[in-house]
Write a protein that binds this ligand. Sequence first.
Ligand code: ACO
Length: 392
Amino acid sequence: MHVAESVTTAPATNPPVRAGLEGVIAAETRLSEVDGAHGKLTIAGFPVEVLAARAGFEEVAYLLLYGALPTRTQLDAFATTLVEHRPLPAPTLALLAAAAQRSVPPMDALRMAAGTFDLDLSDAGDDAVAAALLARMPVAVAAYARLLQDAPPVPPDPTLGHAANFLYMLQDDVPTDAAARALETYLITVVDHGLNASTFAARVIIATRSDLVSAVAGALGALKGPLHGGAPGPALDMVFEIGDAARAEPFLRAKLDRGERLMGFGHRVYKVRDPRADVLSRAAQELFAIADAQDANRQLYALTRAVEESAVTLLAEYKPGRNLQTNVEFYTALLLHGLGLPTDLFTPTFAVGRTAGWLAHCREQQATGRLIRPSSRYVGAFDTPWVEVDAR
Ligand code: ACO
């Protein structure tokens, strides 16, 4: 093989490449602040613990989208708009049915479905499309879950709120107030989180003056990855595999010896325990405490706490100075499992909550009017001599 001669030159004064963009501030936002050093998450002015305990999901979505808490009248009107937008367009349902026949993974089906959420809304404007994306996300997740089980989708119940209706459509049963509230707490807890990967993806897309549907479909693609929203399923699998608190240490040690990552631990920004893990662990404890029949969940809660303790200790031993602590995904798994959701719906359910944040970020980005276009450093060759194909 003929190797062409080439020259690589790199100017000596280049600034360092920030491969993961750590520390690069690419946007101003009023939506959320992640204080990684102190483990504090502020969402549109409120500590996450306050919103998780006091607010409804629709209230928080309104707060993000419109910049202030709604009055009763505004909240009722917003909730009604969401209810009106819940029914899926017929082609979306057909697409989901075809995907279920091929057993397409739920996140892939959701990404495809989201791309069709505005089919019945031509020229309706961004507010209507945003309402449709927000309202239809849980409807599509629930419909797809039913189709995967060869069951017909349950039509939305207009008398139920966003979280309760999602559980109702999934389980064909009106949820208890406690279950609906536990899910609502989860959806609020994950609603927004600074410039995380999926939110950044959404902002990059909308900044090109593309559309909201494309931005949300792109965000879904980013959320799917195991380093972002795809971790809770594997985190729960790990707890189940451990099975007994006494096995936690040897099991986790063996994983770390093999150089594997422990799912549900570590975070790019939090260097202390993720505050969302606290909120969700409390929500899981409350949910599991109320029903006598949920003994198995209570045992699972105790096992999860034991696994967490062991994992954090071992991570400090194996990765000293890295401050690898529990992240949101660990207790997400426990809570959603306790609500009866199968593991393959954990990431889609994350998307149901985060859609409000994506849409609000898109709004902010649109207001700046600025294309996001970072630079790269070329590390390839220059002036390579061309060699014809048959001579290579
Ligand atoms: N288990 C074991 N080791 C870990 C873990 C983990 N969970 N997380 C990081 N490390 C190690 C890395 O191997 C690396 O070690 P090295 O320096 O010896 O090579 C060191 O800690 C630093 O890791 P980075 O990859 O630089 O950290 P980064 O900030 O990029 O990673 C991430 C953050 C991706 C979340 C990482 O901690 C991880 O992979 N965690 C497991 C997956 C997970 O839980 N994802 C959900 C995140 S929360 C969310 O997105 C909603």
